[in-house]
Ligand binder design. Sequence first.
Ligand SMILES: Cc1cc2nc3c(=O)[nH]c(=O)nc-3n(C[C@H](O)[C@H](O)[C@H](O)COP(=O)(O)O)c2cc1C
Length: 380
Amino acid sequence: MTYEEAVLVRVSNRKYADRPLREEEISLLEKAIRRLNTESGLHMQLICREPEAFGSLRRSYGMFSGVTNYVAVAGREQDPDLMEKCGYYGEQLVLLATTMGLGTCWTAATYDREKCRCILYDGEMLCCLIAIGPVPEQRGARERLIRSAIHRKSKSLSQLARGMAGAPDWFSAGVAAVQRAPSAMNRQPIQLRYEGGAVTAEIAEAGEYASIDLGIAKYHFEIGAHGGVWTWGSPGSFEKAAEEKSCGAVIWRREPDGGHAYLLAQHGASHWSFPKGHVEGQETELETAAREIREETGLTVSLDGNFRQVVTYYPKPGVIKDVVFFLATPTGGTEHAQEEEIRQLRWYRFADAYPLVTFATDVEVLQAAEDYINAQSGQG
Ligand SMILES: Cc1cc2nc3c(=O)[nH]c(=O)nc-3n(C[C@H](O)[C@H](O)[C@H](O)COP(=O)(O)O)c2cc1C
């Protein structure tokens, strides 16, 4: 699931299943927390198997059950943008957890602060918690009732934003993502604006948690608009990132023993990945992938467009890049590495390919390819 999809499917979840987080789930969340804390200066902490903070509720809005894992969102009291950063970075964890199939709920009021097992260093304060965990298979009647009471209708796009008429599509897509953002008491207190090419976001209705809501809204906008950079504060302004796109494929073949192998390319002296390259002119994604594979490997291939994985990253400041990977099997040609770009090409079984692939995002693509091929072969 991409973050764009996570924005669409996320809802606040207050009833959690009776199973602990798995080791791999904890490890993914902790890795993200470390990265985000370094970037932001926040002190977010994942606390697991701790039922007390949500155990004794004294407040009435929102009824939680089964919460045993949460992220304590804390930071330096002196940071003038503390609350907004909590929203902006905390929401990245919410959407990551959503892509992992976990439920989440921001919580500023309905938890017991004294029981929260977070560590606060000198000068730090706890801003709020985010409940995280597996959700029950079927949403219960109680949860549906609470949701219908709390999750009121969203504001319309025209209530949330000014200047929509003359704005580019990415602005409307950003506003639509803000429409789906969580906010304290579902107040959606944010106003976005497009004026003379400039984009701003500000708090339109004051409230105790409005700065957290602003940070969350800014992150949602960035996802919907497909990349860009905000300045902190209200109003904050947005610089849209330039977009680049490459296409390629995970190439695989059947081996005589019935197993399968993947063709990896060593790009330059440094990293192992899959053949890929920039879209040229009016090419479709599949045309680019086929051309790049021909140029980089000498092979003609049959592409499977039902497998389509997109990796998104920022190659340099102000630029966002999508790399679209399909699956491909060789149909002809003579295998040889393109001299200028590829140092060597080699076939590997999954177990050997997995540790060799350099970037974590490419490892995920390889894993998805392996699952897909096994499912197609009836081994999944
Ligand atoms: C800063 C913040 C604080 C929140 N605090 C609580 C809370 O204390 N209790 C609760 O049940 N929900 C809380 N929520 C969840 C909101 O009620 C929820 O996001 C809103 O109703 C919209 O519903 P949705 O998240 O399903 O889209 C909070 C949300 C935010 C962003």
